[in-house]
Design a protein. Structure first.
Length: 273
C-alpha cells in the first residue's frame, strides 16, 4: 500500500523534477510529527481525558471502597486500571483525519511519494505518545491515594505499556469509520462502542461478586483480561497467566480493529485514485 519510489512534479520553470520517496520510517515520522504539533496547539481538548477518569475513580472509590474492600481487597488498586482505560480510550486523530479528507488534504498527500500505510500508522504513532502521557496524571492520582505496585518500577512500565496497547487497538475503530465515511458525526459515535467493552466487565466490582449473566458476559469481554493483566502487576506480583491472557485479548481485538482500519484505508485510496 504505497506509491512508487519516484513521482514527476512540474517545476515553476516548466521542467519536470523527479521527487523521491524518503522511506517508510521517515514518512511515518513526518505524519506523526505533524499530528503531535496539531495536538500541541489544542491542549485544552485533552482535559476531559484526564478529568473524567479521575472523577469516576474518586466517585467509585468513595461510594464502593468500603463495601468492595470488606473482604480485604485493595479497592484503590483494583479500580485504577478502570480509570486508566477511561483516560486512554478513544484518544485518536480520527476527527482530524476526517477534516483532512473533507478539505482534500488527504487526497493531495496521496499524490506525493509518501507511503500509504504511513498515512495511518503515523497518526497511530502520535496517538500512542499522547496515550502514554495521559496515563501519567491518573497514575499520580493513584499513588496519591495510596496505590503501590508490588512489581515496582518494572510493573509500572508494563502497566503503562498495556494501557498504550489498549489505546492503540481501540483507535482502529474510529480510524476505520473516518476513512470509510469521512463523517465527523460517525467518528464521534464510535466512542459508544467503548461502553460495552468498559462496563460489561469486572471494572468496578470483582468478577466473583457479579450476577451470573453479567459474569458470563464479562468472561467473553477482552477488556476483562486487560484489566486483569494490569491488576496483576499492581496487586499480585509477576504472574505469567494474567499477562499472557491480557496480551492475547489485545491481539485478538487488535486483529479485528486494525483489519477494519486497513481495509478502510485501501477503500479510501481507491476512491481517491
Amino acid at each position: 500500500m504505497r506509491v512508487g519510489r519516484t513521482v514527476d512534479v512540474p517545476s515553476s520553470g516548466g521542467a519536470v523534477v523527479q521527487g523521491r520517496a524518503a522511506g517508510f520510517w521517515r514518512d511515518l515520522l513526518a505524519i506523526a510529527t505533524r499530528a503531535l504539533r496539531q495536538m500541541r496547539r489544542e491542549p485544552v481538548s485533552f482535559l476531559p481525558a484526564v478529568f473524567i477518569p479521575a472523577f469516576f475513580y474518586m466517585v467509585n472509590l468513595g461510594a464502593l471502597g468500603r463495601l468492595a474492600g470488606a473482604g480485604g481487597l485493595d479497592y484503590k488498586a483494583f479500580l485504577l486500571p478502570m480509570a486508566i482505560a477511561f483516560a486512554v480510550t478513544g484518544v485518536s486523530r480520527a476527527p482530524t483525519l476526517v477534516t483532512d479528507i473533507q478539505s482534500g488534504y488527504f487526497d493531495r498527500l496521496c499524490l506525493t511519494p509518501v507511503r500509504r500505510l504511513a498515512l495511518l500508522l503515523g497518526l497511530m504513532a502520535a496517538d500512542v505518545v499522547v496515550i502514554v502521557a495521559l496515563t501519567i496524571p491518573v497514575l499520580v492520582l493513584g499513588f496519591a491515594v495510596g496505590v503501590r505496585f508490588s512489581t515496582g518500577v518494572g510493573g509500572v512500565l508494563v502497566f503503562v505499556g498495556l494501557a498504550a496497547l489498549w489505546g492503540l487497538v481501540f483507535t482502529g475503530f474510529p480510524y476505520a469509520v473516518a476513512l470509510k465515511t469521512g463523517s465527523p458525526a460517525a467518528v464521534n459515535a464510535t466512542f459508544v462502542v467503548f461502553f460495552p467493552f468498559a462496563f460489561l466487565t469486572d471494572a468496578i466490582i470483582p468478577k466473583q461478586d457479579l450476577t451470573s449473566w453479567f459474569s458470563t458476559v464479562a468472561t467473553y469481554n477482552p477488556v476483562t483480561y486487560l484489566l486483569g493483566a494490569q491488576r496483576s502487576v499492581i496487586i499480585g506480583g509477576w504472574q505469567v497467566h494474567p499477562l499472557l491472557s491480557g496480551l492475547a485479548a489485545l491481539a485478538g481485538l487488535g486483529l479485528v480493529s486494525m483489519t477494519l482500519a486497513l481495509l478502510a484505508l485501501r477503500g479510501r485510496i481507491r476512491r481517491g485514485a
